[in-house]
Design a protein. Structure first.
Length: 160
């Protein structure tokens, strides 16, 4: 009897430990076989966000939910203070990004994450569209398929 694969990953990390964040991201990539193309976006957005968590907030649970066949990877971060949720929700004026470290982090997060879901239950969920192929990968696959089918057609014509 086949064992059922875990469909989620939960880890409690210290907001000051980048190593724990990297370990979490490494685990989710190996466990769910997410394309490495998304590794940088997920790692950087989590690192930037978690570095914003106030020091007085003890430990935080980071939960990834990824269902087979789903085109999204979702990372739920909880608990998050109401104050931090408000900060994440605010609009960042591009003029203020370079002058303020916090604005810089929020700007980076918003550029790397496909969707940010803010909940009233002190949770923030980052949604990443992991099902889309980048143009380079698509072009490479298309070229290989065209070469393959040209070779098959040539072989078939010669064989007749």
């Amino acid at each position: 009897m086949a064992t059922k694969k875990k469909e989620f990953l939960v880890s409690t990390i210290d907001p000051k430990s980048i190593t724990q964040i990297e370990g979490f991201v490494d685990k989710l990539f190996s466990q769910f076989q997410i394309s490495e193309t998304y590794y940088g976006n997920i790692l950087m957005s989590l690192t930037e966000f978690i570095s914003l968590i106030p020091n007085y907030q003890e430990g935080i649970g980071v939960k990834l939910t990824y269902k087979p066949g789903n085109q999204q990877a979702k990372v739920k971060i909880q608990p998050v203070s109401d104050e931090l949720i408000v900060i994440l929700d605010r609009k960042i004026d591009l003029k203020n990004v370079l002058d303020n470290e916090e604005n810089k982090k929020i700007y980076i997060i918003k550029k790397l994450v496909d969707e940010i879901v803010l909940k009233s239950d002190n949770a923030v969920t980052f949604v990443f569209e992991v099902g889309a192929l980048h143009n380079e990968v698509f072009e490479d696959r298309r070229n290989k398929l065209q070469t393959f089918f040209r070779a098959k057609t040539t072989q078939k014509v010669r064989g007749n």
